[in-house]
Design a binder for this molecule. Structure first.
Ligand SMILES: Cc1cc2nc3c(=O)[nH]c(=O)nc-3n(C[C@H](O)[C@H](O)[C@H](O)COP(=O)(O)OP(=O)(O)OC[C@H]3O[C@@H](n4cnc5c(N)ncnc54)[C@H](O)[C@@H]3O)c2cc1C
Length: 374
C-alpha cells in the first residue's frame, strides 16, 4: 500500500482540477510544484493590493457551460469584458475592429460606409492570391487597418516582417460592423474576484502541496509514495530531452509599480506600431472591475510591458511552436509517453499544446471521468 493514490506534478489548473476531482472520489493525493507558489501560469501575486498576473494577462472566457459551472464553485467572477485599445503612434483605436475603430479611422458613420471603405481598399490592392501575411491581411481588411493595426504588432510578435511570414498564420480577421468592443465571443467571461491564486487554493482545499519541489530532483523517492503520477510538466523534460528539445515562443514581462492611481485607463493597450519595442502594456488593476470603478482608492498602479522574445533553452516556456518540425518531435515523445505505465501526461506542457484555461479545465475533467471511474 502506497501512501497516496496520485502524485500530481504541477499545481497549475490541470493539476488542481485533477487533485480536486480525485479527492472528491476519496483518493489520496500529493501535489508538488517546483515553483514557490501554486496556480502555475495563472498565478496572481498581490502588489499594492492589486492582483498582478505574473505570467501574462489571463482573462477567463468560455462557451462551455459545464466548465463554467465547475469553475464558479471555486470563485466568484467579476464581469470584466476584454476590450483592448490599440495605440498607433499616439492614435487610439478600439479593438477588435468594429464601428468605433472605423469611425476613428475614416470618419464613417454607418456600417454600409465602413463596409464600402474596406471593399474599396481591398479592390485597390488587387490581391487575388496572397503570397505572404502582408498580402493576406490586406486582402481581408484593406490597407489602412493593416498598416495601422496589424503590421507593426505582428512583426514584433514574430520578430520578422509580415512579408516574410506565411499567409496561413492569418486565416480570417473578424470585422464587426457593430459598436461592440467585446474581444471574446464567449457566453461567459470574467476574472475571479480575489485573484486566480485564491481560486486555485480553493480548488486544492486541504490537499497536501509541496512547493519548491522539482520532480526530477526527487523522482525515485516521490514515485515510491504514489501508485500513479499525473505529470503536467514539459514532456521532453520528462524523457530528459533524449529526442531533442521542443521549442516555444516566449514573452518577457517588465513590471513596474507607478505612483499614480491610473496609468492608461484600460487593462490592455496594444502598441501596434513597429517602433515601440513592447507589444502591449497591461495595467492590472483594471481587471478588477467592480472592486473599485475609479481605481482611486488604490493610489498606486502596477503595469507590465510585454515584449515578444525568442525562446532559448532554459527560458520560461510559453507558447508551443506549431510547425512541422516541433509537431513531429512531439509525436515521437507522445509515443514514449503512451508507453509509460502509471503516468498520465496532461496540460499545456505535458501535451505540448496551447490550451486556453477553459480548455485545460475541460481536458482535465475529461481525464478524471475516465481515470476516476468507480
Ligand atoms: C502569456 C499567456 C497568456 C494567456 N492568457 C490566457 C487568457 O487570457 N485566457 C485563457 O483562457 N488562457 C490564457 N492562457 C493559457 C493558460 O495559461 C493555460 O491554459 C493554463 O495555464 C494551463 O494550465 P496547466 O496546468 O496546463 O499549465 P501550468 O499552469 O503551466 O502548470 C504546470 C505546472 O507544472 C509545474 N512543473 C513543471 N515541471 C515541473 C517539475 N519538474 N516538477 C514540479 N513541478 C513542475 C510548473 O511549475 C507549473 O506550475 C495564456 C497563456 C499564456 C502563455
Amino acid at each position: 500500500m502506497k501512501q497516496y493514490d496520485y502524485l500530481i506534478v504541477g499545481a497549475g489548473l490541470y493539476g488542481a482540477v485533477f487533485a480536486q476531482q480525485a479527492v472528491k472520489k476519496g483518493k489520496k493525493v500529493l501535489v508538488i510544484d517546483k515553483r514557490p507558489n501554486i496556480a502555475g501560469n495563472v498565478y496572481t501575486e498581490d502588489i499594492e493590493k492589486i492582483h498582478v498576473h505574473k505570467y501574462g494577462a489571463h482573462i477567463f472566457h468560455t462557451n462551455n457551460k459545464k466548465v463554467w459551472n465547475y469553475i464558479t464553485q471555486f470563485a466568484e467572477f467579476n464581469r470584466f469584458t476584454n476590450s483592448p485599445v490599440a495605440n498607433y503612434k499616439g492614435e487610439l483605436y478600439s479593438l477588435p475592429f468594429n464601428m468605433y475603430t472605423f469611425n476613428k479611422m475614416w470618419g464613417v458613420i454607418t456600417p454600409e460606409e465602413a463596409q464600402a471603405k474596406i471593399e474599396e481598399q481591398k479592390k485597390e490592392a488587387g490581391i487575388t492570391e496572397p503570397k505572404n501575411l502582408e498580402e493576406q491581411a490586406i486582402s481581408l481588411v484593406g490597407t489602412d487597418i493593416y498598416e495601422k493595426l496589424i503590421k507593426g504588432y505582428t512583426q514584433k510578435q514574430w520578430g520578422r516582417p509580415c512579408t516574410e511570414l506565411p499567409s496561413f498564420i492569418i486565416k480570417r480577421l473578424p470585422v464587426r460592423l457593430t459598436f461592440d468592443n467585446n474581444y471574446f465571443n464567449a457566453l461567459y467571461q470574467g476574472i475571479p474576484v480575489g485573484g486566480y491564486t485564491k481560486m486555485v487554493a480553493n480548488m486544492l482545499g486541504d490537499v497536501e502541496v509541496r512547493l519548491d519541489t522539482d520532480y526530477f530532483e526527487h523522482k525515485e523517492e516521490l514515485n515510491q509514495l504514489a501508485d500513479k503520477v499525473v505529470y503536467t510538466g514539459a514532456v521532453d523534460a520528462y524523457f530528459d530531452y533524449k529526442l531533442g528539445e521542443l521549442e516555444y515562443r516566449s514573452v518577457r514581462f517588465e513590471t513596474e509599480v507607478l505612483d499614480k492611481p491610473n496609468f492608461q485607463g484600460n487593462a490592455a493597450v496594444n502598441y501596434t506600431d513597429a517602433q515601440t519595442p513592447w507589444t502591449r502594456i497591461i495595467e492590472h488593476k483594471w481587471f478588477e472591475f467592480g472592486k473599485d470603478d475609479e481605481g482611486n482608492d488604490i493610489p498606486k498602479t502596477v503595469i507590465s510591458r510585454e515584449y515578444s522574445s525568442e525562446w532559448k533553452p532554459g527560458d520560461e516556456p510559453y507558447y508551443p511552436v506549431n510547425d512541422e518540425k516541433n509537431g513531429k518531435l512531439y509525436e515521437e515523445y507522445k509515443k514514449l509517453a503512451d508507453q509509460e505505465e502509471n503516468v498520465i501526461f496532461g496540460g499545456r506542457l505535458g501535451e505540448y499544446k496551447y490550451y486556453d484555461m477553459d480548455a485545460v479545465i475541460a481536458a482535465a475533467l475529461e481525464m478524471c471521468e475516465k481515470e476516476l471511474e468507480d
